[in-house]
Design a protein around this ligand. Structure first.
Ligand code: PAF
Length: 278
């Protein structure tokens, strides 16, 4: 497995590849959800193609009061995960390799970004779009792989790909969950043992609510159940159109039940499908 720290060295490697190039963008602290994304990337690339994982804790997507400094960076464990998953190369740039000190161009998606997480994380998705666009430009992947746990991010990246005509096929894969239903996330490491026992109740509340028919009833049930979790603070609980992220008023189109819940120091996001009902 090759390691690249500079854009120039990664570009030289890319130049010689003729088959599929599948990018898995990450911020490291890789868990089994990421490992499964890398394995899926390997399947897409096949024997002839190449799988590239980027590990970069992107400063521009963190707000001033967020956990950029504290974000876990277990590099040797991450490299072992990339290898196990079948990566051919890992891109590990520094912040100054990715951003000029006086960088003044950003990619801003303006319709889907201000909703859901964007309401409490101003500028977050500009940071995400900018770094993902830069990775697409540097590596010119044929495919890029994302998890569905951050559904809003996925919808925004698809929109960016469409609107900026990136010749990249965006592939997504369902959220990987712990046995008790908690969505795998690097931020689960912030939970105390007591909070960790409560965290699966979030998914349980969502799954039970999603059995109901009307979006309003779903929201009411989910909110009531999450209010019962000791210490849980609701950032948002919303039923949205899966594609436009607009609030769902009926079940004509596929939707998602999406939540962001604070539990102690952790802000946990999760979402599940609300299939259309004919
Ligand atoms: O989902 C993430 O880990 C990040 O937002 C991403 C897509 C790697 C961009 O930094």
């Amino acid at each position: 497995m090759k390691l690249f720290h500079t854009i120039a060295s990664a570009r030289r490697w890319r130049k010689n590849l003729r088959s599929k190039v599948v990018l898995v963008p990450t911020m490291g602290a890789l868990h089994h959800g990421h490992e499964s994304l890398i394995e899926n990337a390997r399947k897409i690339a096949g024997k002839k193609g190449a799988v590239l994982v980027s590990i970069f804790v992107n400063p521009t997507q963190f707000g001033p009061k967020e956990d950029f400094q504290a974000y876990p960076r277990p590099l040797s464990k991450d490299l072992a995960t990339c290898k196990r998953g079948g990566a051919d190369a890992v891109f590990l740039p520094s912040a100054c390799e990715m951003y000029a000190a006086d960088a003044s161009v950003t990619v801003c998606e303006s319709k889907l970004s201000p909703t859901l997480c964007g309401r409490s994380r101003a500028g977050h998705f500009d940071g995400v779009c900018t770094i993902v666009a830069k990775l697409f430009l540097v590596f010119q992947p044929t495919h890029a792989v994302f998890g569905e746990k951050d559904w809003q991010q996925l919808a925004i990246i698809r929109r960016m790909g469409r609107d900026l005509n990136f010749p990249v096929t965006i592939e997504s894969f369902p959220t990987v969950r712990e046995r008790d239903g908690l969505a795998a996330s690097s931020r689960n490491a912030y939970l105390t043992p007591q909070e960790r026992t409560l965290a699966p109740l979030i998914h349980a509340a969502m799954a039970k609510a999603a059995d109901l028919k009307k979006p309003q009833a779903i929201l009411k049930s989910c909110t009531a159940a999450i209010h019962k979790i000791p210490g849980a603070r609701i950032d948002y609980i919303e039923a949205v159109d899966a594609c436009t992220l607009a609030p769902l008023s009926n079940r004509k189109n596929p939707g998602r039940l999406a939540v962001a819940i604070f539990l102690g120091k952790a802000r946990l996001i999760d979402n599940i499908p609300l299939p259309s009902i004919a």
